[in-house]
Write a new protein. Sequence first.
Length: 651
Amino acid sequence: MAEETITSMLEERRKFAPPRNETAHIASMEQYAQWRARFEADREGAWRELALEHLHWQQPFTRVLNRERPPFFRWFEDGYLNVSENCLDRHVAAGHGARTAIIWEGEPGEVRRISYAELLAEVCRAANALKQLGIEAGDRVVIYMPMIPEAAVAMLACTRIGAVHSVVFGAFSAQALRDRIEDAQAKLVITADGGWRRGAVHDLKSKVDQALDGGGNSVRHVLVVRRGGNKVAWKPERDLDWQEVLCVESDVCPPARLNAEHPLFILYTSGSTGKPKGILHTTAGYLLWARLTMLWSFDFHAGRDVFWCTADIGWITGHTYSVYGPLACGGTTLMYEGVPTFPDPGRLWQICAAHDVTIFYTAPTAIRALIKAGDEWPARHDLSSLRVLGTVGEPINPEAWMWYYTVIGQRRCPIVDTWWQTETGGHMIAPLPFATPTKPGSATLPLPGIEADVVDGDGKSIAEGGGLLVIREPWPSMLRGIWGDEQRYLETYWRKFDGRFYFAGDGARRDEDGYIWIMGRVDDVLNVSGHRLGTMEIESALVAHEAVAEAAVVGRPDEVKGESICAFVVLKQGTPDEALRQALKRHVGEVIGAIAKPDEIRFAEALPKTRSGKIMRRLLRDIAAGREIRQDISTLEDAAVVRRLLEDQQG
Ligand code: 7RM
């Protein structure tokens, strides 16, 4: 099987690659080697050429990279440009105003197609509305919305005037929303009454009301899109109806002239402490890489491809590959509002067939759920328009890879396994679909310009074997920091190797062909269904409950979700029964959101700790997974605790 996957199928697949633009697409390993050589010979020269060719500059930059104060790198810093102009005006001016920018399907089944000209007009109206509400360049706007076109409009409207958006995933709780609003000191929240999920309207506006209850926050207005049609409470001095506000605005709004390093957005992601990190991305570097990776790792051709990334815009994947990447390329992106298995497990494939999707991008967790649902579902739909399949979010197991390749791609679509992070802005390690021979389960090789490496604890490169994943050179779409917390930025990503290179937090292995295999997080971050959750975040939520004295949260391997959440809870009051278990799960759901609800809660008398008081998570992980304990427990404060936990297991 391995041999077959690696070479012969590549020839077969090349038939499905459209003719390509030599400077934009990479069609062979020779070309890939040329690009790598080009970067090696003159790294800044290569980035300069790409940035000038691929972005529209109001004022071109002269300086490529400022490395005066590492790791605070600055890219293209004397250039000026506008993201929305690059995503919209540029394509309309090139004669593509009538081309479809967004195809949207609502969960109940309605379809909207929005052309580039229409999207530009709508973004201008929204940008003018933001100005009317007193939003200026640099102000923060929180976007808390379902997957509807207005979410993309809101993001682009922010970029048009230089406001900094912070999208908060619509399934997050009122409290999580409040924390993010406060941390960013947002002036405006853009939301919807509700959106459709699993056949019912999921209320959003009431969660915004709850988040803002009690006042004392920086928010002056809430702009509400009517989508769900559900009844909502209304504060006339604060709340505004999106349609009413936009319809009186002009559809002309000149794109603001923004510096290349102007903050573009903040996106919160879980770290290993209770407090989420506001990852900051800036204008030019992020956009350049969003566009280049569309072309390189998806082989995206504007005007021919219909690209569907199934991620919600609340995640970085949705930012880069549902909105900015496809639009920066002038292509067509598909957005779907609802649950992928509603009304039946064939929904995704029905959408692919209905809209002739050519490139499909999803997470291994979704693939595994679809495998479970059975092959009859994809068999009911014509999937012949597909030509490239992508995966992201966690390591994909070879079985799921092969199913994706054979059942969905019908052995004609390359699988691009893309490794990257919120912090990296776009793909870092990924195959070039019509060039790189793939191996199921490996993200293969770094993209041109990316110096990914596997190193040992001292930072020494490991030619073959396991170690830590690092990036040796700055790249344009790298995070610029953590909002309001310079120290944490240095600590989390740079201290481990004394500022010499970026530490990704993942373990990885390099094989005999130099291919990289991602092994998963080495810190205390869980990956549940491709979503990053901090163990500390869930623990903080649990101990905030009156019955809980102490809690430790670990991941347990899960066939479908990648990891499931197992919480060990020590009570200070109450009875360790099913009712309390349910109450604690509900509580976590309220504090963080449904995706953080523990799958299992185990009551314990005490938690196993080292003598210095550190919870032995590795041990708990073994216990949660039902693995044999091979660890030395003599370092524990109280070894009897472990014995009792193990006895519980058997009983
Ligand atoms: C895009 C995204 C990042 C973490 C990362 C890894 C894991 C992502 C892959 C992967 C194996 C992949 N951003 N991860 N992609 N592991 N193979 N192709 O997921 O910030 O939410 O998470 O996800 O652990 O560090 S993220």
